[in-house]
Design a protein around this ligand. Sequence first.
Ligand code: IPD
Length: 290
Amino acid sequence: MSDINLQEIHDFLVEIAKKAGEMITAAHPTIGATGNKKNSVDLVTETDQAVEKLISTELQSKYPSFSFMGEETYKPGDTLTDAPTFIVDPIDGTTNFVHSNPYVSSSLGVAINKKPVIGVIYNPFTQILYSAIKGKGAYMNLTEKLPFRQPESLADGLSKAQVAVEWGSDRSGNDLAVKSQTFLKLTSSKEEGGAMVHSLRSYGGAALNLCGVAAGHLDAYWEAGCWAWDVCAGWVVLSEAGGIMVDANPGNWDPRIEERRYLAVRGGEGQKEFVEEFWGYVQGKFEVGV
Ligand code: IPD
């Protein structure tokens, strides 16, 4: 680890993210030309695959000793090792992409010893780049430090919070019930036993959601079902901005990158109490990742 130059890798990832962005904005995906993975809402396009190919080719030629985990080439059973590993989602927000909704990013992360250490997330439509190196802070467009301002206290808890959630692509069974019943609890009035959050937001991209929490636009992001490549890069941006990542299921303060269940909370006084309050509204237990 000591002879790995994290800054140099970060700078290279920024270059690659920009190249990936050119491919993404030049593509014109159509809803009809979309392939499915697990089911009819787990989408993939030729652009996802071509962009991953571009990224993996560039990374493997410059860093041949690093491992690579990418959304489009992942095989069930592949697991993260302690080796330095690029963890990549070529297009996070594929559903948005095929619907021409610009909440889309390339998410390029690096983990060492299974811990996230570099994150680069680039939205080529808005040209906003989020990036972070462990121990060196988080930035928007390389110069604006995150969070944008001194974070307000979280002591007022969920009743003052704007929370991102995602429906994801698991549309049946226990986990869908846990999500939808928890959404109901989070939004409903105190009189009905709810948290009455200011709002729930479902933007459709895990990586940008994590950057939103890092920046302070969002107070929290809660999801189960997403993957290491959805969260690795954003995790570094989040933690370098003072946020924390815990399990979406109550009780686990130290989730793995591959946990598949996450609750991200922005920086600010009262963070721990905020997590505990949130966990108190979770209706049941997610099975994914267990
Ligand atoms: C998905 C998005 C979505 C989230 C899913 C992810 P993809 O990633 O981040 O917001 O709900 O869990 O899998 O498929 O667009 O790369």
